[in-house]
Design a protein around this ligand. Structure first.
Ligand code: GDD
Ligand code: MN
Length: 352
């Protein structure tokens, strides 16, 4: 299998020499090519890459007037002639010595092989705890919001290999910020494996991805949720929730007015009827296509979700008023958290 190593670059001149040498040593004896996609770097990265092309099988794509990491990688996909594509950074944070393992996983039957910081044996060098926390938090949000990738530990890695068929015909969005996530949502594949590696230190130059990174990431997750239909689900779930409020209030009033029930008892009954109402609509509408578990099982889990949501709502409320927040606002925040918890519980467990 021919390997195409795709490397997006912007001002990486001082890293190229060592990078190419180590890639060449790692892929020694294999049929391979390096594709550098450079956005007309002021430091002349593309020029040096061309020069090094005399010693290594390098192709240089110099994009003028275009910028962006994801679009550079997508361009690399288009130009690559190999059977296996490897995507990696130029700054040696991704050890070239791991490439054979990634390619080996593909040859062994996997469709996508991810260089992963967060499976056993993988790690990040020299990150402060809060940097790790942000990274892991961001990944958790992505995995919860996009059930398709919920088993992937490092879906935002910039180091991965894939069979060329995975992205053939896939509509990859070039403003999509994390290209691997874009591939995992829109690509065609069955088996994904994660290969542990140590995310090292940048050898020379500086990182280009900071500042608005987190915000852009969340926007990307939202776009992918839309693509996956998960955003529609969220909206349906809200509509059903609103219908539940009407059912709850209506029956509460009716039970208190006609049979003259005690207001506490009437509330319990009305709440249960609202839960049943919500379950029914969610089952035949919101989550119709993901009904895997048997009905009694779904019904039980839906109750558990409602209960968990109520507990969370109360805890957030109690916590916030302890910190001096206005109780009405605290309650609203609690309701917001409860909503998220109930949606995720139902999406991943009840209809998971
Ligand atoms: N062509 C092109 N155009 N290349 C770019 C651009 C661009 O606009 N921006 C960055 N690059 C190249 C860099 O030259 C480098 O080779 C690679 O993309 C990664 O850029 P860094 O600036 O080193 O990114 P990072 O180290 O902050 O982030 C890396 O790790 C993240 C995980 O923590 C990347 O691999 C991310 O994709 C990854 O999510
Ligand atoms: Mn880097």
């Amino acid at each position: 299998m021919k390997v195409s190593v795709i490397i997006p670059t912007y001002n990486e001149r001082d890293n190229l020499g060592e990078l190419f040498e180590r890639i060449d040593r790692a892929l020694n004896g294999r049929d391979y090519e390096i594709i550098v996609v450079d956005d007309d770097s002021p430091d002349g990265t593309w020029e040096l890459a061309l020069e090094l092309g005399e010693r290594y099988p390098v192709r240089v794509i110099r994009r003028v007037g275009e910028k962006g990491l994801s679009s550079a990688v997508i361009r690399g996909f288009k130009e690559a002639s190999g059977d296996v594509f490897v995507v990696m950074d130029a700054d040696l944070q991704h050890p070239p010595e791991k490439i054979p393992e990634l390619v080996g996983a593909i040859e062994g039957g996997a469709d996508v092989a991810i260089g992963s910081r967060y499976v056993h044996g993988g790690r990040v060098r020299n990150w402060y705890w809060y940097r790790k926390l942000i990274s892991k938090g961001a990944i958790l949000i992505g995995r919860l919001a996009l059930p398709k990738i919920r088993d992937v530990k490092d879906p935002v890695s910039g180091f991965f290999a894939l069979r060329r068929e995975v992205i053939a015909g896939a509509e990859l969005n070039p403003v999509g910020f994390k290209i691997l996530m874009e591939v995992l949502i829109k690509g065609h594949y069955l088996e994904v494996v994660e290969v542990p590696f140590t995310f090292g230190l940048r050898r020379a130059g500086e990182s280009k991805l900071s500042g608005r990174t987190m915000w852009n990431y969340l926007r990307h997750v939202l776009r992918l949720m839309k693509w996956e239909g998960e955003l529609d689900r969220l909206i349906k779930f809200s509509v059903v929730g609103a219908s539940g409020i009407l059912v709850n209030e209506g029956f509460l009033w009716a039970f208190v007015t006609f049979p003259g029930w005690d207001k506490i008892l009437a509330n319990v009954a009305a709440t249960e009827l609202a839960i049943l109402n919500n379950f029914a609509w969610n089952d035949i509408w919101t989550f119709r296509d993901v009904r895997g578990k048997p009905l009694p099982n779904r019904l039980l889990n839906f109750h558990l979700a409602a209960f968990t949501g109520a507990v969370v709502q109360w805890m957030v409320y109690a916590g916030l008023i302890l910190f001096g927040m206005n109780y009405l606002i605290a309650n609203l925040v609690g309701i917001g958290f409860s909503f998220i918890v109930r949606f995720l519980f139902n999406r991943h467990v009840t209809w998971g």
